[in-house]
Design a protein around this ligand. Structure first.
Ligand SMILES: NC(=O)c1ccc[n+]([C@@H]2O[C@H](COP(=O)([O-])OP(=O)(O)OC[C@H]3O[C@@H](n4cnc5c(N)ncnc54)[C@H](OP(=O)(O)O)[C@@H]3O)[C@@H](O)[C@H]2O)c1
Length: 316
């Protein structure tokens, strides 16, 4: 343990961080040990990580001092923020600022910041193709992350900027699974036309991050985009149909219709999908599949993910 480099992981009981924790634990001879940061070391998930071999420590990303304490002595740190827990871009930026400052205080050698594009570089607020949200954002949960990149560079934290992509797990956890339409047929609904959506199994994000920590200095200061596959709604529906053993259709709606669905964050997601679609070549090009596969040879395609998760995908 003493000669292994410690990677401290925020969101360790969640999707991205959890994938990284499991990737490190699955490679005991890889030279790394893992420290899971959680707000509650006594939760069932935290205890399960401890049983699996992780060091589990308390830390809250809203509290810079607690985070710096949780990072002390670590070589690397994985930083992910929690937009959907509060739906506030300002709070997300504050979380990122705390992470950067705490990483500097702790003298982290290699940080990975799980970020996304500030879409306003492509769609300025004056561009009316999509509404401006919350007064100054186009895609709040993207923009706040991209805007926060500077906290890490400002503080001189040796950082890899990891551009993630759409989790296919949203079909399980985010209400995006197939639903029966008026015709009684199952369909998935996306506002993407026939444009390709860059997606990934959430578990593979952590595995790619582990590849970046193993690569070390070669990735410091770099932006790395990852996806498991770039797939159209039609292709996703067909693969889901094969996995579930029944027909699944693709219900292509417009971004405006999607924004109007009314659930919390529907407007943010409608703008996000429109950004994916309108800037398809940029978005997919920034996430070459070969890069993710090199970092993580077990990278799954959508069809592989769907087949492996068919019993977890709710449909009704
Ligand atoms: N869904 C997608 O398609 C997608 C795609 C790309 C990026 N993202 C981004 O991914 C991020 C979320 O990551 P995730 O999906 O890995 O999260 P997640 O699965 O929801 O996990 C969140 C974990 O974060 C921890 N957490 C929450 N608030 C915290 C705080 N104040 N201090 C410390 N820990 C805290 C919680 O751990 P404890 O309860 O143990 O403290 C929880 O287990 C979001 O910002 C989202 O925008 C999502």
């Amino acid at each position: 343990m003493a000669d292994r480099k410690i990677i401290a992981v925020t969101g360790a009981t969640g999707a991205q961080g959890g994938g990284l924790v499991r990737a490190i634990l699955a490679d005991p001879d890889g030279g790394f040990a893992v420290r899971a940061i959680t707000r509650d070391v006594d939760s069932d998930k935290a205890k399960a990580l401890a049983r699996a071999g992780a060091e589990v420590v308390a830390g809250n990303v809203d509290d810079e001092a607690s985070l710096a304490k949780a990072l002390a002595g670590a070589h690397g740190a994985y930083f992910v923020t929690f937009f959907w827990g509060h739906l506030s871009p300002e709070k997300e930026a504050a979380e990122a600022r705390n992470m950067a400052r705490a990483a500097k205080t702790a003298g982290i050698t290699h940080a990975i910041w799980s970020t996304l594009e500030d879409t306003r570089r492509w769609v300025p607020l004056s561009d009316n193709r999509m509404p401006t949200l919350m007064g100054k954002y186009k895609v709040p949960h993207f923009d706040a992350k991209g805007e926060s990149n500077h906290f890490f560079t400002d503080d001189g934290v040796p950082t890899t900027f990891l551009l993630t992509s759409f989790y296919w797990d949203n079909l399980i956890h985010f209400g995006m699974g197939p639903k029966k339409g008026p015709d009684g047929k199952l369909a998935i609904t996306l506002p993407m036309g026939e444009k390709r959506l860059s997606g990934i199994a959430a578990e593979d994000i952590g595995r790619c991050a582990y590849g970046i920590f193993k690569g070390g200095a070669e990735f410091v200061g770099k932006t790395v985009g990852i996806a498991g596959e770039h797939v159209t709604g039609s292709e996703m529906a067909a693969a889901l149909g094969r996995a579930l053993g029944q027909e699944v259709r693709y219900n292509a709606v417009t971004p405006a219709q999607y924004r109007g669905f009314g659930f919390p964050g529907a407007d943010d997601l409608g703008n996000m999908f429109q950004f994916y679609a309108d800037f398809e070549d940029y978005f997919t090009g920034a996430r070459p599949l070969s890069v993710a596969r090199k970092l993580n040879p077990a990278l799954q395609t959508f069809a592989q993910w769907a087949a492996a998760n068919k019993d977890r995908i709710p449909f009704s």
